[in-house]
Design a binder for this molecule. Sequence first.
Ligand code: T3D
Length: 267
Amino acid sequence: MSKPLILTSQTGSVRTLILNRPQSLNSFSSAMLAELLYELDQAATDPEVRCLVIGAAGRAFCAGQDLADALVAPDLTPGAKPKDLGIVIERYYKPLVERVRSMPTPVVAAVNGVAAGAGAALALHCDIVIAATSASFIQAFSKIGLAPDTGASWLLPRLIGRAQTLALMMLGEKLSAVDAERMGLVWKCVDDASLQEETASLAQKLSTLPTKALVATRQAVDSAMNVPLDIALRAEGALQRELGYAPDYNEGVAAFLGKRTPKFTDR
Ligand code: T3D
């Protein structure tokens, strides 16, 4: 039997997915993308999961699209038909971004090494990005004659503004995790040796918080980026109404007033 390209594990309510093609720096083959989409669906529909972590095996996080995969590798024989990369985006990368950004739990990326192209985008679409100090991010698309995909052109200007985005994307230079933290691209950098422990502790904490409220928080922040204040205020009211009807609100307030730790159960 072939080795899984996505390793999964569960600790308490935390589901961890590990990209597992270390020999190719976890670049996305079509088989790995299909497995990843499947595992994201599994996590999304499993009521036992209250936090999802995406990490990687070996020295890299993910080097983006596997450029040797038959799906995308150009056929160099004269007169050969060029590959339709639009189909690749529709089939794999669009659903990938949609799944991560609509996950019904918080999503953490633990970036252990280089994250390039679609690999960087995957990490940066997660709700909280924690990176090892030796990790790095490369907007590698221009280096192979492509424009950004996997939602990077939407996401980066929102995170760091147009000027920094265009320079990173046009030059395709490596950005250290330390600089990524300074620019506000990731939440924080930690020592390489403590990445695993810090990620586990962050994920465990997130798994005890009110999942529905955390997901509504993502929704509120994402939609507020694109609308005027009055619409954002109305959207906040609608989300708060929904959360106010849910049991976690009763539990949170009761725990506060009762001076005890809350036990959240909604998802
Ligand atoms: O068609 C489409 O492409 C549509 C979708 C696009 C989405 C995208 O993600 S576009 C961006 C694709 N990714 C890249 O262009 C990055 C290519 N990789 C690199 O630039 C470098 O490998 C890194 C900067 C990421 C790391 O450099 P380094 O020096 O640490 O490692 P290396 O020696 O280059 O790579 C190690 C091995 O991984 C090597 O294999 P080998 O020689 O040991 O057998 C290398 O070929 C392989 N590898 C690295 N990245 C990829 C890859 N193999 C296939 N695809 C890769 N993307």
